[in-house]
Write a protein that binds this ligand. Structure first.
Ligand SMILES: Cc1cc2nc3c(=O)[nH]c(=O)nc-3n(C[C@H](O)[C@H](O)[C@H](O)COP(=O)(O)OP(=O)(O)OC[C@H]3O[C@@H](n4cnc5c(N)ncnc54)[C@H](O)[C@@H]3O)c2cc1C
Ligand code: FES
Length: 274
């Protein structure tokens, strides 16, 4: 670990550095990718399971990775206590990130993020801007003290802030404002209620809509199936378009968030009942 920055007790950013031997792996990653990290240094190993964290920034020249972490339990709390200079045990899974190849030069990309779900959108905004897309970020946080990333988004496009406490930006939730924006493609990451609301708002809309999911994970290598989500098999995974189904009722399949995702077409996801 190179650097740690505390926003407040429950939110911090880490900059990690990786060795040249990992260049090929890191070069192949796309926004939406995540690392699977043991929260405590290898020698202490207090927790058995790794924790998935999105890559919020990747500088391939400096060989650094930025992570933004919200403390919600033991693992993230332990990670907060790790000091710069510590060697961490990090696994980089093979993932399917945001389909940036579908975002053409000049396309209007609306990035919708909630809470720490905003983290992967920072790297996504930079990447889409570099390939000529017009980026608008609509980001929401519960409290204004949780806000991060504004200046980064401003570098790559427009940014609109929403907070539930109403102390910064517009008051309320991001999903209340989505309809105010024109876009060609929508890419999102955030808590399940936000993604569910987005799916509801965009239902029947033929434009592509993507969501990065935060499932509970164990192996993060596609083996244990701890992270499966239900998807409709009659929706094209890449475009989100409905295909002709031989069945009236859509067939349900299961996909591993760690290996087949974490990014899915919003319209293919089948949400659990509340
Ligand atoms: C692909 C992916 C990317 C992620 N990116 C980030 C990120 O960039 N920054 C970040 O702060 N977090 C991110 N998360 C969530 C993060 O992995 C969890 O918050 C973390 O594993 C919790 O570990 P813990 O030991 O602190 O909490 P635990 O003790 O494991 O759990 C504490 C509480 O948090 C809940 N919880 C734990 N994990 C999740 C989860 N995945 N989704 C919803 N609730 C959960 C539990 O139900 C429990 O109530 C990501 C998750 C995934 C799957
Ligand atoms: S976490 Fe094991 S298959 Fe996804």
């Amino acid at each position: 670990m190179l650097e740690k920055r505390l926003y407040h007790e429950q939110l911090f950013a880490l900059t990690l550095t990786y060795p040249p031997s990992m260049d090929a792996i890191m070069d192949a990653l796309q926004p939406g990718a995540f690392v699977h990290i043991l929260p405590s240094p290898s020698e202490s190993r207090q927790l058995f399971l790794r924790r998935p964290l999105s890559i919020a920034g990747l500088d391939r020249e400096k060989r650094t990775v930025l992570l933004i972490v919200r403390v919600v339990g033991q693992g993230t709390e332990q990670l907060r206590e790790v000091q710069p200079g510590t060697v961490l045990d990090v696994y980089v899974p093979y993932t399917h990130g945001f389909p940036i190849h579908n975002v053409k030069n000049g396309a209007r990309a609306l990035l919708v993020g909630g809470g720490v779900g905003v983290a992967p959108l920072l790297w996504l905004a930079e990447t889409l801007h570099a390939q000529g897309a017009r980026v608008t970020a609509l980001i929401g946080f519960r409290e204004s003290r949780d806000v991060f990333g504004l200046r980064t988004f401003e570098q790559w496009g427009d940014v609109h802030l929403v907070t539930e406490d109403g102390l910064s930006g517009k008051p309320g939730r991001v999903t209340e404002y989505v309809r105010d924006f024109s876009y060609d493609v929508l890419l999102s990451c955030g808590p399940e209620p936000m993604l569910k609301a987005l799916a509801h708002i965009t239902a029947g809309d033929s434009r592509p809509h993507y969501a990065s999911l935060e499932a509970r994970m164990a192996c993060a290598s596609g083996v244990c199936r701890a992270c499966v989500v239900a998807v409709r098999s009659d929706v094209h995974a890449d475009t989100g378009h409905h295909m002709v189904s031989t069945d009236d009722a859509a067939r349900i399949q299961h996909r591993r968030v760690c290996h087949d995702g974490p990014v899915f077409s919003l319209s293919e996801l089948v949400w659990r009942a509340p």
